[in-house]
Design a protein. Structure first.
Length: 72
């Protein structure tokens, strides 16, 4: 199913193909089911996209590894 969300991080509208049903979306959005309970079959990345609209690429950009320099 095509899911369209606005990224909470960038404000960009993204669309992703997510393997879920309308019933699962209803359970989450309308009836307040926990994300993990409504979508047990989805990856953490897909669940995060449904919740926040943030793509895995945006997460990678936001949380790049920090390179520490040795003290002098």
């Amino acid at each position: 199913m095509q899911i369209r969300r606005i990224s909470m991080s960038t404000g960009i509208i993204h669309t992703r193909e997510i393997n879920c049903t309308q019933e699962q979306l209803n359970q989450y959005y309308s009836f307040g089911a926990n994300l993990q309970d409504a979508f047990p079959n989805l990856s953490p990345e897909d669940r995060e996209f449904i919740k926040t609209g943030i793509t895995p690429e945006e997460w990678d950009e936001m949380f790049q590894p920090v390179e520490w320099e040795q003290g002098e």
